[in-house]
Design a protein around this ligand. Structure first.
Ligand SMILES: [Zn+2]
Ligand SMILES: [Zn+2]
Length: 208
């Protein structure tokens, strides 16, 4: 039974509970004869006051309990859900699964839209649930549009029309992100009032 718990699943849980904010996980199980997974939502609380959560025993026990309750379960997994939104709360989102490391962009459009430079993570659009009547999309070029809140003006998203991915401004994520900025775009367009972050420069073509 324990073999059902792959190293990846174990690792995901371990990483998730290492965060200092409450995190919401979807724990799913495919049952024999059912095409749709059964989803259970569990909240993991890993705070500074409970650092022992890092050992992931809790996750392992939960998986085992799930299996023991119903031996028709043939696959289990945990999935991280990241939540965020705009300043006024009019726009909110949930991102399912792992997120791309943060990329900074100093291009003129990002500077004008954000007032500084943009630092964004990214996820497949099919793994993002976005809610809010105040969300508006501004077509910023022939190829892409930017999502913002029409009440508070908060910038949240960028997406290319031909891409399955959506960029999400890392600063709009609630709580700690667990992400790192790893690269940057268009340093030649950066403002002269700040130093470039100490991360590698990459061409836009290197990203999805
Ligand atoms: Zn807003
Ligand atoms: Zn940009």
């Amino acid at each position: 039974m324990a073999l059902l718990l792959s190293r990846i699943e174990f690792g995901v849980w371990s990483e998730v509970v290492g965060h200092e904010q409450p995190l919401h996980l979807v724990i799913g199980a495919h049952r024999r004869g059912m095409s749709e997974p059964v989803l259970r939502v569990k909240t993991a609380i890993a705070s500074k006051t409970t650092p022992r959560c890092r050992n992931s025993d809790a996750g392992l026990r939960y998986h085992r309990a799930l299996w023991m309750r119903d031996n028709a379960v043939r696959r289990c997994w945990v999935e991280r859900i990241t939540r965020g939104g705009c300043l006024c709360g009019g726009v909110s989102y949930e991102l399912h699964g792992d997120l791309r490391p943060v990329v900074a962009c100093h291009c003129n459009q990002c500077r004008k839209a954000s007032g500084h430079y943009v630092a964004a993570t990214q996820v497949e659009q099919s793994r993002a649930t976005i809610k809010g009547d105040t969300l508006r999309w501004f077509k910023s070029s022939e190829h892409a549009e930017r999502g913002f809140c029409s009440v508070c003006g908060g910038n949240l998203f960028w997406r290319r029309f031909d891409s399955p991915f959506i960029s999400v401004w890392a600063g709009t994520i609630d709580g700690r992100t667990g992400l790192k900025m790893e690269s940057q775009l268009y340093p030649e367009s950066a403002g002269d009032y700040y130093d470039l972050p100490a991360v590698r420069v990459i061409p836009q073509s290197e990203l999805d």
